[in-house]
Design a protein around this ligand. Structure first.
Ligand SMILES: [Zn+2]
Ligand SMILES: [Zn+2]
Length: 253
């Protein structure tokens, strides 16, 4: 399994438009962060988690030739608004399978009503094959995918366990029984917004406590704000098996 971090930034991305914050002005490519998404290559299947506003550039940057499934964590704009740009994949492959909670599907149907139209569909609109998921393991091809339920303040979000890889983002709280699903994981990805507390995201301290509780072999932090600091400086403070993810980082497991 190969994982590519397509984007590792919080909702506005880094740099923020017009910002003169030193992190936004940094020349280090690791301080430039598109909105969060990962691509998981499992055998020859490409599974995308979230499809945000930078989707097109992410697909071009990583030369992604096909997409076999899109899993959605939740409906916030930074995780969903790239859906129209699946068109080149749709033209080559047909309907693209999407997997999401009912509430997220309802939100997509509102934002992209023309995609979910079945009669008199505008020619050229992309098509999706809809899969509603609950907090139960489901099959994609022969693979088992385990949703992990968490809370983003008052909004439910799903993370996903794919074999020994877990991707969780936009988490503020998570129940003990959901943490049980993460036992024995090799790679854990978790959100860490900044040092200051935030109402709906783990800050760095909360993310580190959570990693300690899960005890993966390696952990990667994502959904990062410019307020967290320079990549190199923050990385230097972290324990040896914890990494700040950065855009286009690839890991194998
Ligand atoms: Zn987000
Ligand atoms: Zn969110």
């Amino acid at each position: 399994m190969k994982v590519t971090f397509l984007g590792t930034g919080t909702s506005q991305g880094i740099p923020i438009i017009g910002s003169t914050h030193p992190v936004c002005l940094s020349e280090n490519p690791k301080d430039k962060r598109l909105r969060v998404s990962v691509l998981v290559e499992w055998d020859s299947h490409n599974i995308l988690i979230d499809c945000g506003p930078d989707f097109r550039m992410q697909m071009l940057a990583n030369k992604v030739s096909h997409i076999d499934a899109i899993l959605y964590t939740h409906e916030h704009n930074d995780h969903t608004i790239g859906l129209d740009d699946i068109r080149p994949y749709f033209f080559r492959q047909g309907d693209i399978p999407i997997y999401a909670h009912k509430r997220v599907l309802d939100s997509l149907k509102k934002r992209f009503d023309y995609i979910f139209e079945f009669e008199n569909k505008y020619p050229g609109s992309p098509g999706v094959q809809v899969n509603e998921i609950q907090n139960e393991p489901f099959k994609f091809k022969n693979f088992e995918i385990i949703p992990v339920n968490a809370m983003h303040n008052r909004l439910q979000v799903f993370g996903f366990r794919l074999k020994d890889f877990v991707y969780l983002t936009d988490v503020k709280t998570i129940e003990k029984k959901e943490i049980e699903k993460l036992r024995g994981v090799k790679v854990l990805v978790i959100n860490a917004l900044r040092r200051e507390p935030h109402h709906s995201h783990f800050n760095l301290e909360e993310a580190l406590e959570f990693i300690q509780e899960v005890n993966p072999e390696n952990a990667y932090l994502t959904h990062i704000s410019h307020q967290l600091g320079f990549h190199e400086e923050v990385q230097a403070e972290l324990p040896e098996n914890i990494f700040l993810a950065y855009d286009n980082l690839k890991i194998e497991l």
